[in-house]
Design a binder for this molecule. Structure first.
Ligand code: TYM
Length: 339
């Protein structure tokens, strides 16, 4: 049996990159017989950038609703808010004491984000250790993530191995990252200053959020950057963001048809964008309905998250007790740890 675990930050409503890179591959793994899934909302991670309680709460609901909208079966799996499991912050502290500062300074995501922020908190710097704790807390085997998070899984393996070498191989389970080739970096809706496909990311403001209402979604898709090839000339699908995004959403047959249209004179980008819009509605139509249902029934979300916290908390308590005793601490007293 493999334990699958992944989390999504609640800094925004999950975008297409989050969905194709992590949520959908995660749910597919969760549905594979013999696997057990831990999917959570990384709302402590969001505090590195979101300091408005109302925004934080609302985005936490939106992220939870996205998991359910995409079909995660919470009866079979573990579904929880990171902040409902206090053990994770204690484990973070343990991990920071074994991981070299100089390694954390090499984190790509820190460097990327730090470039865009006028004030960088130490929380942002230590964020990979909180992520390592999220994973090691539940003895996870497989972590489905997009490419941007792979270095963090390397850090997780590194810190776990350092501790295992010192205290015994049974202290932590060593996880592995799982990234699907085709969606490892979903591009955003415009190119960067150097003309390259920039990663879809809230920080770059280049996202498509499939849960937005029809009008906003359509407007967003119509704003995708294309080149200036005139209508009467053939177009290059392989350098076009509209085509790339379409190929990630539509079937292979539909993608081949769109490719043909690009290679014939007379196709306008407006028409191609319309096809992308329709493909999104077709692929995510049911998910969009379910998302709206949950966002209108937050009590139901709260109930599911509460049940999930109780289930996940039992595992966290056991793992933390094991780690505590390895390191020389006694079991957590509030659950009847021995004197
Ligand atoms: P976050 O919230 O930035 O992104 C959530 C997941 O979405 C993937 N992703 C993408 N995949 C492909 N193309 C893109 N453009 C794209 N943008 C985002 C990310 O790789 C990620 O898998 N620190 C994490 C959340 C986290 C976590 C964890 C993940 C906290 N604890 C433990 C796994 C395990 C983060 O900020 O992801």
């Amino acid at each position: 049996m493999a334990r699958i675990l992944t989390g999504i930050q609640s800094t925004n409503v999950p975008h297409l990159g989050n969905m194709l890179g992590a949520i959908l591959p995660g749910i597919e793994l969760a549905n594979t017989p013999g696997n057990e899934a831990f999917f959570f909302i990384a709302d402590f991670h969001s505090l590195t950038t979101v300091h408005d309680p109302e925004v934080l709460r609302e985005n936490t609901y939106a992220t939870a609703a996205a998991w359910l909208a995409c079909g995660f079966d919470t009866e079979k799996g573990f579904f929880y808010r990171q902040s409902d499991i206090p053990e994770v912050t204690e484990l973070t502290w343990f991990l920071t004491c074994f991981f070299p500062f100089s390694r954390l300074e090499l984190a790509h995501s820190f460097k990327d984000k730090a470039d865009n922020l006028s004030q960088v908190s130490s929380g942002l710097f230590f964020y990979p250790m909180l992520m390592a704790a999220d994973i090691l807390m539940y003895d996870a085997n497989v972590v489905p993530v997009g490419k941007d998070q792979r270095q963090h899984i390397e850090f997780t393996r590194d810190v776990a191995e350092r501790i295992n070498n010192r205290f015994g191989a049974e202290t932590f389970v060593i996880p592995e990252a799982r990234t699907e080739e085709s969606v490892q970096v979903v591009p955003g809706i415009f190119k960067d200053a150097e003309g390259n496909f920039a990663k879809m990311s809230k920080s770059y403001g280049n996202t498509i959020v499939v849960f937005e209402d029809d009008k906003k979604l359509r407007k967003r898709i119509m704003s995708i950057q294309t080149d200036t090839t005139p209508m009467e000339e053939v177009k290059n699908p392989d350098t076009c963001l509209v085509y790339t995004l379409y190929s990630l959403i539509a079937t292979a047959e539909q993608t081949a048809e769109l490719r043909e249209a690009y290679l014939k004179p007379g196709m306008g980008y407006g028409w191609a964008k319309e096809q992308l819009y329709k493909a999104i509605l077709e692929r995510f139509g049911e998910a969009r309905e379910r998302y709206n249902f949950y966002m209108g029934n937050k009590k139901e979300l709260d109930l599911k998250l509460q049940e999930g916290a109780e289930k996940a908390g039992t595992v966290a308590y056991e793992v933390l007790s094991r780690v505590r005793s390895k390191l020389g601490y006694k079991k957590l007293a509030y659950f009847g740890g021995e004197i």
